[in-house]
Design a protein around this ligand. Structure first.
Ligand code: CA
Length: 220
């Protein structure tokens, strides 16, 4: 499973031991995902806990997810939302999202999660065309890296003023500082990180949790 970069093993284990209260249904979805191709894409349990805390602190009711994979982050957030909470969950893979759906159902949160199987840029543009601008409290971007900038720009319109955008994998396993890595994914992440540093539309913070998680709060 994914884990924070640069934290020594024993200290990492301690942090997990004393702080992570992973719900049983989340732990079982994690196990069910462990054998699936791309299992490393699943967020770590401590990152799930951090996202749940942020969603609660935000008092969020409406959450946008770009990149569902097998549904761990959707489930974690759904468990932290109030009963009338809603997640618009975007992904292109029926195969992968189908792994999470039974766990959403078992946890009693499937009514909160609206899965949209289509290229996420299309879904986000459709939401904007439908008048959903300024309507989300929080967003999580964790899909294909080459479209990160497009997802960010749309999410910035879709969240309300004061809304929070969380962006995953911003340290990209350390590749961001390896100048020999010039592949499209790495350069896209580097470019977005550099852009956000000077983006005065947001308040900015980057956490080293997991593979790096940027917090961008839309300014009022
Ligand atoms: Ca990720």
């Amino acid at each position: 499973m994914g884990r924070s970069i640069g934290l020594e093993d024993a200290l990492h284990d301690y942090l997990m031991d004393v702080s992570v209260r992973e719900a049983d249904v989340l732990a079982r979805l994690r196990d069910a995902t462990a054998t699936v191709r791309g299992a490393g894409m699943q967020i770590s349990a401590d990152q799930g806990a951090a996202m749940q805390m942020l969603v609660r602190l935000m008092g969020a009711k409406r959450h946008l997810e770009v990149g569902v994979y097998t549904g761990y982050s959707s489930l974690a957030v759904a468990l932290a939302l109030p009963g009338d909470g809603h997640i618009t969950a975007c992904d292109v893979s029926e195969e992968w999202t189908a792994i999470g759906v039974p766990f959403w159902r078992e946890a009693g949160v499937s009514d909160k999660i609206e899965l949209r199987l289509a290229p996420a840029l299309e879904t986000l543009d459709a939401l904007l065309a439908d008048g959903a601008a300024d309507s989300y409290d929080t967003a999580f971007i964790d899909a294909d890296k080459t479209n990160y900038d497009g997802y960010y720009e749309r999410a910035l319109k879709l969240v309300r003023p004061g809304g929070l955008i969380m962006i995953d994998n911003v340290l990209w396993g350390g590749s961001v500082i390896d100048q020999e890595k010039q592949d499209e994914d790495t350069t896209a992440i580097r470019a977005l990180n550099a852009k956000l540093k000077d983006d005065d539309r947001i308040d900015l913070c980057m956490l080293s949790i997991g593979d790096g998680l940027t917090l961008a709060r839309r300014r009022d």
